[in-house]
Design a protein around this ligand. Structure first.
Ligand code: QUE
Length: 364
């Protein structure tokens, strides 16, 4: 059993409980937490006394607000690539292990579920949102791109929801998360205690856990939300975000905005505040991700993440959001028009010392 203060693990009646326990940082994942989570998942994979995993976050504010990008910022002038490799490689191994896990994973997506938090929620087989769920892939705000499997799950969402959520970094609530396929169940958080007790009182076995968990959740939860706000803008999203260049997407939104569509005008304006580099790299990432399998998506992301560690906009973005908090980043280049295709393509090529991507041949 993994023992560390920021990750609480225990087995009870056939259930492996993992609680992210760093509430002061909204349970953002440190390298240490990622390593612990990865090791615990591997240990319980083969353990006959664990029928399924139950993942939650300490406190009522967040399941998990992301990865510890602040630590990468603090290492910007020393060996950031060494830390970045350890961080991203271990995180993606952990994410992939969850996707390929032979046992059910239940996740309670209460409060903030963003970036790296979405990364640990998305692969779960039984995903529960509550009235307090705040979901986002917010990486455009910090000059990064939507990693932790975003290439895979964003590019597979209905229509162009994935592109919309990635490129605007907008936050959505529980009904919308259900609508885009980011969760399976809705539960009022006041009823979690009762559900948890029901889980704890049962004796779970490896062979029947999946079915029995589904029927228990069916008896406690709703499976869709009433009136997801995102459904009302679905047609607009699928019209304007269908283009394969950022310039076309923004121009299409601006044109509709000039013709009187306030939502389009606002959305175009919002996108214009994001890092041009992040926007163009992300659009290419989501187009490429459509055609790649799960492991190839994570391999591409590992290359991309290492390249972002050499990118001005990432450090400037973290500075503006998490360090100085002025929310006034100076992107370089400052406009979409100044950014060439060659520079964008360069983010997808990384030269590994060993000659091949370390996720090559990943088996879980
Ligand atoms: C965009 C992001 C992140 C973010 C804010 C953004 C992100 C992230 C954090 C975060 C939050 C709280 C913490 C922490 C990090 O905030 O990825 O260490 O305590 O991890 O606008 O992508």
């Amino acid at each position: 059993m993994i023992k560390q203060s920021n990750l609480l693990c225990e087995v009870k009646n056939g259930v492996g409980y993992i609680k992210l326990n760093r509430p002061k940082a909204l349970n953002a994942l440190s390298v240490e937490m990622i390593e612990g989570l990865y090791k615990q998942l591997l240990e319980w994979k083969e353990d006959e006394n664990v029928a399924f995993i139950c993942l939650t976050g300490e406190g009522d504010k967040a399941l998990c607000a992301g990865g510890d990008v602040r630590a990468l910022y603090d290492h910007r002038d020393s060996n950031v690539e060494e830390l970045a490799f350890k961080f991203f490689y271990t995180e993606y191994c952990m994410n992939l292990t969850m996707y390929l896990y032979p046992k059910p994973i239940l996740v309670l997506m209460h409060g903030i579920v963003m970036g790296g938090g979405v990364g640990v929620a998305m692969p779960a087989t039984h995903k529960i949102v509550t009235e307090r769920t705040k979901w986002a892939m917010p990486e455009m705000n910090i000059g990064l791109y939507p990693d932790v499997g975003g290439s895979y799950f964003l590019s597979r969402m209905p229509g162009y929801f994935g592109r919309y959520l990635a490129l605007t970094s907008r936050t959505i609530g529980p009904e919308d998360v259900l609508h885009i396929g980011g969760a399976d169940y809705y539960l009022e958080s006041a009823k979690w205690e009762e559900l948890k007790n029901a889980i704890e009182e049962k004796s779970w076995t490896v062979t029947s856990a999946s079915e029995e968990l589904s029927s228990l959740l069916d008896s406690f939860c709703k499976k869709s939300g009433d009136n997801p706000p995102i459904a009302a803008i679905e047609e607009k999203i699928n019209k304007h975000f269908a283009y394969d260049t950022m310039e076309e997407i923004v121009k299409s939104l601006e044109k509709a905005g000039n013709e009187g569509d306030a939502w389009c005008a606002e959305t175009a304006k919002l996108i214009r505040t994001k890092s041009p580099t992040s926007l163009k790299v992300t659009l290419k990432q989501l187009i490429e991700g459509e055609e790649k399998d799960l492991i190839d998506c994570f391999k591409m992301e590992l290359d991309m993440s290492m390249n972002f560690m050499k990118c001005h906009d990432f450090f400037e973005g973290v500075r503006s959001v998490l360090v100085d908090k002025d929310r006034n980043p100076k992107w370089n280049p400052a406009s979409l028009e100044e950014l060439s295709k060659d520079v964008v393509d360069g983010f997808f090529e990384y030269t590994w010392e060993e000659g091949k991507n370390p996720l090559e041949g990943f088996k879980g």
